[in-house]
Design a protein around this ligand. Structure first.
Ligand code: KG4
Ligand code: ZN
Length: 336
């Protein structure tokens, strides 16, 4: 089964052709970073407009790169939420129109489920069940995953998402957007122990997260520093971001391992944009292996938003005969 998958939940327009939910025939992502960079964050109105311009060329490119025509496609999968409604509606309306015109079945997909399933694009995916951590710009949640469509949420962030904290700290320090990859790079040469920023544990039995206190601690550090941010020596910036990153990573690793112990699971899957973070990947693997647990992390390009991961879930549902009606709506909040 060849699935045409479409992803427009935030600021990336993505289209992919995935064979039997595992093999990528093409995976095209058009980034809007240049549009939003000067605002230091995603501007929803501009994102929707750019999706409208990109959707037809990107889907065409995905078909061409896979060397298939629409006649050789068996179904359409599209992100239905959560995300920015104006962005989601572009992909969803396009998919519905295409389904109507071609009579191909289509199914709406939850973006979080797509992130959790990106690992099945890799050569050696895990067996179910596993603990799934989704860490992105909009989400930080832990799940007990028993199979496609079988999720128990164990915890989530009570305020900012981890990626949001990365983006806000980078903005505060005038480093640019998106903050995650910039902080990741700068941290390589910073001292993660230079500043002891707070780690919110919220109690041993809680698998919830909180990053707003950490963000405020960075703001307060900057405010109490005699020099303005623009005049900070390069070393100081590197130490701040490296210490901040260490605090985020430590909490993510600790809670994920605790959740795995609590659920008596030995397999852990990371996903979402922040799972591209070098330090998170490294520490999660190190600490899990000390507990005899195995960590599975998609390659960085499958961690950040892409349509191939939507194709994985789309295949699983379409092959079971699950279809969405043409009246399907987009939702900014769509719990998993
Ligand atoms: O999954 P994603 O592409 O979109 C959402 O669904 O939100 O995640 C984007 C988020 C942004 O906040 C970005 O700063 C963060 O992922 N991110 C990273 C890294 N690469 C992307 N955070 C930390 N380290 C990275 N290397
Ligand atoms: Zn995402």
């Amino acid at each position: 089964m060849r699935v045409l998958a479409i992803e427009t939940s935030c600021d990336d327009t993505g289209a992919a052709i995935v064979f039997n939910g595992r093999k990528i025939l093409s995976n095209v992502v058009s980034s809007q970073v240049s549009v939003h960079q000067k605002y230091g964050g995603v501007v929803p109105e501009l994102a929707s407009r750019r999706h409208i311009e990109s959707i037809v060329p990107i889907v065409t490119e995905a078909l061409e790169a896979a060397k298939v025509t629409l006649k050789e496609i068996d179904g359409i999968a599209v992100t239905q939420g959560p995300g920015l409604v104006g962005s989601l509606l572009v992909g969803l309306s396009f998919a519905k129109s295409l389904s109507l015109a071609t009579e191909l079945p289509f199914v709406g997909i939850n973006h979080i489920e797509a992130h959790l399933s990106a690992i099945f694009l890799e050569e050696k995916p895990p067996r179910f069940p596993f603990i799934g951590l989704v860490v992105s710009g909009g989400h930080t949640s832990l799940f007990h995953v028993d199979g496609f469509g079988k999720y128990k949420r164990l915890g989530q962030t009570r305020d900012d998402a981890a990626g949001e904290a990365f983006d806000k700290v980078a903005k505060l320090l005038g480093l640019g957007y998106p903050g995650g990859p910039i902080i990741d790079e700068l941290s390589k040469t910073g001292d993660p122990k230079a500043i002891r920023f707070p780690r919110a544990s919220l109690g041993r039995d809680s698998f919830d997260f909180s990053f707003s206190g950490l963000k405020t601690a960075v703001v307060n550090y900057v405010k109490s520093h005699p020099e303005p941010v623009e005049d900070y020596p390069e070393n100081l910036v590197r130490d701040i971001v490296s210490s901040f990153q260490e605090a985020v990573v430590e909490v993510l690793v600790k809670k994920t391992l605790q959740a795995a112990q609590h659920e008596e699971l030995k397999r852990i899957v990371l996903s979402g944009g922040v799972a591209a973070n070098r330090r998170l990947r490294e520490r999660m693997k190190e600490e899990a292996s000390a507990e005899k647990m195995k960590v599975y992390i998609p390659s960085p390009s499958f961690c950040t938003d892409n349509a191939a991961m939507v194709g994985v879930v789309g295949y699983e549902y379409l092959k079971r005969g699950i279809r969405s009606p043409l009246s399907l709506n987009a939702f900014s909040n769509l719990p998993l």
